[in-house]
Design a protein around this ligand. Structure first.
Ligand code: TXA
Ligand code: MG
Length: 342
């Protein structure tokens, strides 16, 4: 098999090559504003099967179908409830996925056989250009999970995708992903809309953008609206090779001091705020690496997977991260960190 190739996403020739690959039933490394995806024609079940096989992902775990706009989404949805219409009108293109009842016989393998389908309209200019070029070849949706082996760190750069899948993959380079963590997912199929996965946006932010009130986890549980057991909702996910430990602020100083006193301790990667830098031994013990954890949730989300991957690649045995507080604006980052640590 040939080595995977990275092509510039803003080149018309590269775009044409990408559309041709998808039309043949091949996979594509696709940049989006959240994370890179591993894409296939959502209506080609054989191509979609290749996604599950290459990721090592269970075939019952549904994939998100990416579309150019709300009109294309209507091809996949059996109906679009009011709340979903408002979400799409106010947040698309952008990092929000809606789950809708699926049109029968459409994108069956992508949806993992469920009667619902997840739809997302990415804002990344390369993804938009590709989706529009695909539509001209009658490909109206691209199924794409994050472009990483099942359970591992999501890729935020083209080179990350190549390191996950070194062979036979065409990858469009769209630069560094702006958002850095996966889209927020809102289930619009069961009564009140429910937030299944926070992204850059939490429930309050989505309400401010769209006017749509999302059910809290407690309300959803009371209605027995338990999320299906799918990849992003598994307790353990997004994991680096190194053991990830989430530290509460009140134990940080004491743990660091105890660790520094060990002569043969693990190689430590630290992702801690600049304010915690002072609590670290000076100079850092041999084998320790520190990276600054940003003070705003948007910047921390942007840096999260890139930093975990970098610390992993540096050979850290353990990665220690300060657990963000309960502020809802940090929900997306906290969610990914908790799963990566599980
Ligand atoms: O930002 C994103 O959403 C990225 C980029 C590539 O668009 N994609 C992504 O895909 O994160 P993935 O496969 O890593 O996560 C998709 C999650 C599934 O694990 C599942 O939880 C949920 O979306 N999902 C998709 N379709 C669903 C459905 N029909 N019902 C319930 N959950 C669904
Ligand atoms: Mg994923």
């Amino acid at each position: 098999m040939t080595a995977s190739r990275i092509l510039p996403g803003d080149s018309p020739q590269a775009l044409a090559e990408a559309v041709a690959a998808l039309a043949r039933g091949d996979l594509l490394g696709l940049p989006t504003e959240t994370v890179y995806g591993l894409a296939a024609d959502a209506c080609n079940d054989a191509a979609v099967a290749k996604i599950f096989a290459r990721k090592g992902r269970p075939t019952g775990h549904p994939l998100i179908v990416h579309v150019a706009d709300a009109a294309a989404a209507a091809r996949f949805a059996a109906q679009v409830p009011d709340a979903a219409q408002r979400l799409m009108a106010t947040t698309w293109p952008g990092p929000l996925t809606v789950i809708l009842p699926r049109r029968e016989g459409v994108a069956t393998a992508s949806a993992g056989g469920l009667s619902t389908v997840g739809l997302r309209c990415p804002s990344h200019p390369v993804a938009q250009a590709l989706l529009r070029a695909c539509a001209q070849q009658c490909i109206h949706g691209l199924a794409a999970p994050s472009a990483n082996a099942f359970g591992r760190i999501s890729p935020t750069r083209a080179v990350h995708v190549r390191s996950e899948f070194p062979d036979g993959l065409l990858i469009l380079d769209g630069g560094d992903c702006d958002v850095g963590i996966e889209s927020a997912i809102v289930d619009c199929t069961r009564g009140l809309p429910v937030l299944l996965r926070p992204g850059l946006w939490d429930a309050a932010h989505i309400r401010a953008l769209s006017g749509v009130v999302l059910a809290s986890a407690g309300e959803a549980a009371a209605m027995n609206q338990v999320a299906p057991a799918t990849s992003g909702t598994l307790a353990s996910h997004y994991a680096p090779r190194a053991r990830l430990r989430l530290l509460q602020p009140h134990v940080l100083v004491e743990r660091l001091a105890a660790q520094a006193a060990q002569t043969h301790g693990p190689r430590l990667g630290l992702w801690l705020p600049a304010s915690a830098r002072e609590a670290l031994p000076q100079p850092l013990p041999h084998g320790w690496v520190w990276r600054a954890q940003a003070a705003t949730p948007a910047q921390a989300a942007h840096d999260l997977f890139t930093t975990l991957r970098e610390l992993d690649d540096l050979g850290c045995d353990e990665i220690w991260v300060l657990e963000p507080g309960a502020d809802p604006a940090w929900a997306g980052v906290r969610d990914r960190l908790q799963r990566a640590a599980a």
